[in-house]
Ligand binder design. Structure first.
Ligand code: PLP
Length: 399
């Protein structure tokens, strides 16, 4: 173990509590002890409403609207299908290109591929780890042209039909700048807000929940996110027509009728089951409490790392509020190879101590499946590749 790893691990251990009977500290773990989870789920079982219809789904959507300020919300099976549905609704079709940053969970790129479209990577901004507005602007100037209101890539001849920025680890991307570029070019935005429930973008003293600056935003409720429905997601939009279409296409595009099976489009079966919505509602009830615990956790980590000069706890520099989903540290080591060696030593020794640290994702353009995807120069992404590590961040870990 290197000296730096040992200092970092000691600092982590000074913050977190090891759970009784459990020898590992996971990265992010769901928590139900202080919730009505069992009561609500039991209601579904007692009444038989466990599947793709029922009151809990409607209640869950209503609560999501009231918390985020979104006029509409459509609950779906998971974040991945939510993203695919959102891209489809904005007109992404087979053979198009969609622009996204290279650091994200693979689902972001996959949701594009599931439509037969092609992910096209844009460099990141150091301050948010998400799509850099400057890099996006430069890339579009270099490769894009407009024809009859549509935008095309002159190098590939393909249409560029959407932007898909990600709010990485709950830290809001610079959506205000990205939205300006989106407007100038007429390319709509889907926000991957999978990790960003409780994160807000501020402008002129007004706050907008992540997912509501672009045309559509998608939140995930997978088990590792801030709150969970078991598996699930929600599509947010301010646009009534898009919301109605989202609901229609996610429920097999069936025309409402007491007994007839008539479907006017090829839809999907994406609707969130009632059982999952019941669990989700019990989690939404403790969201504010969880967010406060997160603030306490990140402050404790910041304190604990104060005296390690090679480590900075990542926090966003744009005007915005992060939900602090995953506390992230940056290794301030200039040389990439030295940084990688330190990072690997830290990961190795932490796993021996059963503390589940995670590196930043392998950049998506370096996965074999996306190695041929078009991309801008990815200078910042390349610099940061080995310098970012996520710490155990379950709110219930606080000592
Ligand atoms: C979790 C996640 C998704 C996918 O959500 P699922 O509900 O797991 O399908 C997409 N993008 C990001 C950034 C995520 O973290």
């Amino acid at each position: 173990m290197t000296e730096l790893s040992s200092k970092i691990l000691n600092s982590i251990e000074s913050v977190i509590r090891f759970k009784e009977n459990s020898k590992i500290v996971p990265l992010h773990e769901p928590f139900f002890d202080d919730t009505n989870a069992w009561k609500y789920v039991k209601n579904c079982i007692d009444t038989g409403w466990v599947s793709s219809a029922g009151d809990w789904v409607n209640k869950f959507e209503k609560e999501i609207c009231s918390y985020t300020g979104s006029p509409y919300a459509v609950a779906v099976n998971n974040g991945t299908v939510g993203l695919r549905l959102a891209l489809h609704l904005l007109g992404v079709r087979y053979g198009d290109e969609v622009l996204l940053p290279p650091y994200s969970f693979v689902a972001t790129a996959n949701s594009i591929s599931h439509l037969g479209a092609i992910p096209h990577f844009i460099d990141i901004d150091k301050n948010s780890l998400s799509m850099s507005p400057k890099s996006l602007e430069r890339r579009l100037e270099k490769i894009a042209y407009k024809k009859e209101g549509k935008v095309y890539n002159k190098e590939t001849g393909r249409r560029i039909s959407a932007l898909l920025p990600v709010h990485v680890f709950g830290v809001p991307a610079d959506l205000i700048s990205l939205a300006k570029i989106s407007k100038n070019w007429g390319i709509p935005i889907v926000e991957d807000a999978a990790e960003a429930l409780g994160s807000w973008i501020e402008q002129n003293n007004k706050r907008t929940h992540c997912g509501l600056v672009g045309e559509i935003g998608v939140i995930s409720f997978n088990g590792n996110k801030l709150i969970t429905t078991g598996g699930g997601g929600v599509v947010l939009t301010k646009n009534k027509e898009l919301a109605e279409k989202a609901k229609h296409l996610s429920t097999t595009a069936k025309i409402d009728h007491p007994w007839e099976f008539d479907h006017n489009e090829i839809g999907w079966n994406d609707r969130l089951p009632n059982l999952n919505a019941a669990l989700g509602l019990s989690q939404l009830e403790v969201l504010e409490k969880r967010l406060l615990m997160k603030i306490e956790l990140i402050n404790k980590y910041k304190n604990a790392f104060q005296n390690i000069k090679e480590v900075t706890v990542f926090s966003n520099k744009h005007k915005s509020v992060s939900n602090n989903w995953l506390v992230t540290i940056l290794l301030d080591i200039k040389d990439k190879i030295i940084a990688k060696n330190e990072r690997d030593a830290l990961l190795e020794s932490s796993h021996k101590r059963k503390i589940m640290l995670r590196p930043l994702w392998k950049p998506l353009h370096k996965l074999k499946i996306y190695s041929k995807s078009p991309r801008s120069i990815l200078k910042v992404a390349d610099e940061l590749e080995y310098k970012i590590i996520c710490l155990p961040s379950s709110p219930q870990l606080i000592k």
